[in-house]
Design a protein. Structure first.
Length: 413
């Protein structure tokens, strides 16, 4: 999935509307004709190159530089001055970043979930490390009751060979050890990679908790990240109002005014595939959500969570795409970056196009353009969503970020 992007040097040509610096003309037109045939027309301004050759019956133009005179056979001299040096940009080689991944766990901490909670605690470190080893920037947000401070005094061993499960109030609590969590209970958060947001998740309301607790965990999410909801429960999500796949999907779409926040997400769940002895209820709503969003389902009835977490981690690693953003490299010694002289060339499957810049304050909508992350103090070049979709679906994609030539802006009607 990693594609190399070349930060290239490009001479200013007619492809860039509005030339570089003073627009020297090596041919010697000075914005005028070459002076052959009927005689050259003089340059319009003082930035012309060498004057045109003599014509047969030149008619001069008194505007600008030393124009052609009225004597037959004398061509226009063109404008004065000009710099033969071509416009060059900053040249750096960089590699595109892949999408970061934000995973929001909702763990049922009701009384029937003791053993399952213990296995979640055991599995989360291996799960997160598997994703991190793939080179992915991952954050894990845990929505569940917190584990207690004294883990040895307040936990239950359900049968020999199983972990001691911490107890938090009337429900069981979750506490994640190092390196993902801090291992200190409560307050096992280890920012920015792991954030534990205290939330009581009952047997049937995990979807409601995902939606209602959004103000508490939204600060840990990143626009443009690939997001996964993961629920772990032995029951079905039948508590209103978000008690079916369609209402939950609609609620997620309305969570944030920034369309980039929830542009790509899925729902995965460890739930009961059947009315097995460990099931409070078969997870029909969870099954539908997994199917409709392309997530991963694991059967809680099997009581074997290791393979499920491994499969989920693999699915996360395989589903990430290019992030469609490029850091602006530091200019070489003695040079400075000019935000008004940056252009983007995009090559998809061997077809190259020049992308215009989106003017400040304009909405990307479906425009094929790019923008800065911060117009006042830019650090990145960002592709608009329609361009990003094309980059991510192309078999071969490369981007030339060209610095030093006046920026070509898109015209927004």
């Amino acid at each position: 999935m990693m594609r190399k992007l070349v930060w290239s040097t490009l001479a200013c040509t007619v492809a860039f509307v509005g030339a570089c610096g003073s627009d020297p003309d090596p041919v010697g037109r000075g914005f005028g004709a070459i002076g052959a045939g009927a005689g050259g027309i003089g340059g319009i301004g003082g930035t012309g190159g060498t004057g045109g050759t003599a014509g047969v019956a030149g008619i001069g133009n008194p505007v600008g530089g030393t124009g052609g005179n009225l004597i037959a056979g004398t061509g226009g001299a063109g404008g004065q001055g000009g710099n033969p040096d071509e416009c060059s940009g900053v040249s750096e080689t960089a590699q595109n970043m892949v999408q970061p991944v934000d995973i929001i766990f909702g763990v049922d901490t009701s009384g029937s979930m003791g053993v399952e909670i213990a296995f979640v605690q055991q599995s989360l470190n291996a799960f997160s490390q598997q994703i991190i080893r793939s080179g992915i920037d991952v954050r894990v947000i845990m929505l569940a009751t917190e584990g207690t401070a004294d883990m040895t005094a307040e936990c239950i061993v359900f049968w020999p060979g199983t972990p001691c499960v911490p107890v938090g109030g009337n429900n069981f609590g979750v506490c994640i050890g190092a390196p993902l969590g801090s291992g200190t209970c409560p307050a096992d958060s280890n920012l920015p990679t792991y954030a534990h947001v205290p939330a009581e998740v009952g047997s049937k309301d995990v979807l409601n908790v995902f939606i209602n607790a959004y103000p508490q965990y939204s600060q840990h999410l990143r626009p443009g990240s690939l997001k996964h909801f993961v629920s772990v429960t032995d029951d079905d999500a039948t508590d209103a109002p978000y008690n079916n796949a369609d209402t939950f999907i609609a609620a997620v779409s309305a969570l944030d005014p920034d369309p980039a926040m929830w542009s790509t997400w899925s729902y995965s769940s460890i739930y009961c595939f059947s009315e097995c002895p460990d099931a409070a209820e078969e997870g029909l709503v969870h099954r539908d959500l997994v199917a409709k969003t392309g997530g991963v389902g694991g059967d809680l009835c099997l009581q074997d969570f290791g393979p499920v977490f491994e499969r989920l981690a693999s699915e996360v690693a395989e589903s990430v795409q290019l992030a469609c953003e490029w850091a602006i490299p530091a200019p070489p010694d003695g040079e400075s970056f000019d935000a008004a002289k940056t252009n983007v060339e995009l090559t998809l499957d061997s077809a190259m196009e020049l992308l215009p810049r989106l003017p400040a304050g304009s909405d990307c909508a479906d425009l094929a353009a790019w923008r800065y992350d911060d117009e006042a103090n830019p650090t990145k070049v960002l592709a608009c969503p329609s361009v990003c979709s094309r980059i991510q679906s192309a078999a071969d994609a490369s981007v030339n970020i060209v610095f030093g030539c006046e920026t070509v802006d898109i015209i927004v009607m």
